[in-house]
Write a protein that binds this ligand. Sequence first.
Ligand SMILES: C[S@@+](CC[C@H](N)C(=O)[O-])C[C@H]1O[C@@H](n2cnc3c(N)ncnc32)[C@H](O)[C@@H]1O
Length: 835
Amino acid sequence: MAIQKKHGKGRLDKWYKLAKEKGYRARAAFKLIQLNKKYGFLEKSKVLLDLCAAPGSWCQVAAETMPVSSLIVGVDLAPIKSIPRVITFQSDITTDKCRATIRQHLKTWKADTVLHDGAPNVGTAWVQDSFNQAELVLQSMKLATEFLVEGGTFVTKVFRSKDYNSLLWVFNQLFTKVEATKPPSSRNVSAEIFVVCQGFKAPKRIDPKFLDPRSVFAELSDPTPNNEAKVFNPEIKKRKRDGYEEGNYTQFKEVPASEFIQTTDPIAILGSLNRLSFAQPANGDVALAALDKLPETTTEIRDCCNDLRVLGRKEFRMLLKWRLKVREKFGFATKKSAKAAAEAAAEEVAEVEPMDEELKIQEELQALKDKENTRKKRERRRENEKKQKEVIRMQLHMTAPTEIGLEQAGPNGEGSMFGLKAVDKSGAVDKIAKGKMAILKESDAHKEFDFGSGGESDADSDPEEDELDREMDAMYEQYQERKSEADAKYRAKKARKEHEDGDWEGFSAGGSDDDGELEEDSSDDDSDEEAPSKRSLLTNLERKEQKAGGLSKRAAQFFDQDIFKDIGGVIEEVEEDEGSLDEDDQEALAAGLDELEIIRESKADSEEESELAEEVGAESDESEEDGFEVVKRKDQDANWEDEEPRKDGKLDIDIITAEAMTLAQQIASGEKSRYDLIDDGFNKYAFKDRDGLPEWFLDDEGRHDKPHKPISASAAAAIKEKLRALNARPIKKVREAKDRKKFKAAQRLEKLRKKSALLADEEGMTEKEKANSISKLMSKAAKKKPRQEVKVVVARGGNRGIAGRPRGVKGKYKIVDARLKKDVRADKRLAKKKK
Ligand SMILES: C[S@@+](CC[C@H](N)C(=O)[O-])C[C@H]1O[C@@H](n2cnc3c(N)ncnc32)[C@H](O)[C@@H]1O
C-alpha cells in the first residue's frame, strides 16, 4: 500500500496542484467546495462568518459561490491578504474583542452560515494557539450560537479524539440535523472530519454548560474493561468509539515492543497500532534492551513487529505466543501460571474438604450429557456440511437432486434450501416480486436449514488445541475489527462489498420472531401496482419469453441453438465472473471494455465490427438496444465523485495511471482486442476455490492474489509527460495578470488611435503641428512609468516580528533583518569566490 507522505512533497497532491491552477490560496478550498456540493448551504446564504479563515481559501470559495451582494467576514490569528468582496481582520476567536469586532461588521444582521476550519498550532502565531482543537471547536460553536440566524448552518472541522462524541452531543442539542463527513480532498492520513450542523434551533436561552469545555469534556468514569471476557465472548464485545487520542492526529502509531509484553490487552495493541519498535528511547529502556537480546525475539518476530497492519492469522498467533513466552521468562503472570495456581488452590481445598459423593455423581452425569450433546451437534454439523457440498455439486450438474435426498422438485422444491414456498407465508413472495424487501429472520432460516452452525460444536478430538484455535479465531476477529475501525479505507471497501449486490440484502441477522414472519423493509419503491401474477418469483423460468440477459427475441433465438447449449453468452459469463474476480480486475476489465467501446464507436465500419455483427446475427445498433453490448460500468458508491458527463453526453475519462495507459495503447494499436480483455478476466486468480475457507485466510489471500498488470516504458513516459505538462502550466493568477496587461495595452492603443484621428481632422492646425502633436502623444504613451521604489524597513524595535505593513510606511516595502543581511553578504562572498 502506498503511504501518503505527510511532509514535503507528499503534501503536494492533486488537490494542491488543482488549487494552484485555480488560484485558490490553499487546497482546503476543495473541502468546502465538496461539502457545499453535498449540502448546498453557500448558495442559500447572504451573510457568512468564516472563523479561522487564513490564508483565505474558504473565503474565496464563499465569495465565488454566494449571491453577489452577500456579506462575508473572515477572521484569523494570522493576517489574511485582502480578497474582493470579503471583510477580513486579525483576531483570536476565543476573545471578547473578536466577538465585538464581528458584531461591528455584521451590524444588526445574522449569519446564515458560520464556518470553522481552525486548527491550533498550524498558524503562524504559535504562541497564541493555546486552546486544543476540541476547545477551539466549542469556542467557534459559542460564536455561532450568538451570530447564527434560526435555521442557519454551522460547519466545523473536528478531529476524531475522545472529545468527538461530546461535541456531537452538543451539536445535536442545538441543531436539527447533524452529519459528520470526510470530503475526498481531506487526506486519508489526517484524522480530521467535518461536521455539518443544519437547522439552528436558536433557543432563547442556552445552558452555559453546553458551551463550557469543562462540563462538555468532563471525563466520565469508565469501569475497567474486562478484556478477558471480550476475547472469550466475542459476541458481547462493544465497539470502542473513543477515536484518536488527544494531540495525536496521525494514523501511524508505534510503541516500544516491551509495552506489548507488559500490556494486559495485547489485542488492542495489535489491532490499533502500526509498529512495535525495538529502537531504544533517548533515556534508555532496560526491558526493551533485554527483549531485544532474547533468543525468542527472532528475525521473523521482528519482521512481524515492523508492520502490524499486514499480519495474517499465523503471524498474529506467533506474536501472541512470543509474548506469552517472554512474559513467562520475565516472571509476569500468565494464564498457565494462573491455572497452576488455581489447581494448587483446588487441590488444597480438596484435601481439606472431600467432595460430596452425590455431587460428584451429578457432575459426572452432567459431563457425560455435555459430551453427548457435543457429539450430536458435531454429527449434525457434518451432515449439514455434506448436504451443502452436495447442493453445490448439484448446482454444477455433478449430481442429481434425488441422490442427496432432495425430492424431484430440485433445489427449489419443498423443504429445500432455495424453496420459496417456505418464504411465501403471508404473501411475502408477492411483496418481493413487487420490489419490496422481505427479510426472513435468521433464526427461522436456521430452523429451515441448519447450515454451518460454526465451530462451536467442534471441541472434541483435541479439546485443548481446539480451545486454543477458537481463542485465536476470536482474537483474530477482534484484531480485524479494531483494524477496520482505524482504517476508513477498509471500512469503505467492506461497505462497498456489502452493497455491491444491489437489491437483495439477504437474511436479516437480527430478531428472533418465531413464527417465521417476514419484515417489510422501509425502502419500498412504488412499483406496487404491477399485477403480482406477472412478476411472481415462482414463475417457471422455462416459459419465459425473453432471456434473462435482456437479448432481443432474435438474438435469444440465435443463442437457443443447440451449439450454444453448454456455452452460455460470453458477455454473460464475464458479467457473472465479475463477481469472482477481485476488484482491481473488474475495474481493469470494465475500463478496458469502456475504452474498447470508445474505439469501437470510432471504427464502426471496421472489419471486426462487421464480423461481430454477423456473428450475433443482428445489426450493431439493434444489439446495443438489446443490452448485448457491454454497458459502461457505473461506480455505485460514487457519491462524491460522480463524473459529470461531457457536453456530447460521453463520460470525461482521463487516463492517469501507467497501467491504464498501457492498456489504452494496446487497444488503440490493435495489440489487444475485446476478446483478449475477456480472456484476461479468466486468469488463475479468478477461479480459485474459496468455499469453506476462513475469513482471515481470504483476507490475507485477497491482498496478494492479484494479477500484475503490465506497464510499458512508453506508457510510463507518457503519464510522466502528462504530469510535467500539468505542472508546467502557469497558475491562474499569472495567466490573469498577463491577460490584464495585454488588455490594458490594447486599450491604450485604441485611445491613442482615436486621439490621432481627431488631431488629423483638426482644421486650425498645420500639417507640421499635427505631426508634432501626434509624435508627442506617441512618445508619452511609450514612456514607461517610473518603477515604484521599494522601501527597506529594518525589523528592529517595534518592527521586530511584525506581520503586515509597518506603521508610517507607504507604497512598496521590504522588511529586512540581521539574518537576511548576513545571508545576502554570505551569498555575495560565495559568488565572488566562485569567480
Ligand atoms: C487550516 S487553517 C484554515 C484554512 C482556511 N480555512 C482556508 O481555507 O484557507 C487553520 C487556521 O486556524 C487559525 N487559528 C487557530 N487558532 C485560532 C484562534 N484561536 N483564533 C483564530 N484563528 C485561529 C490558524 O491561524 C490557521 O490559520
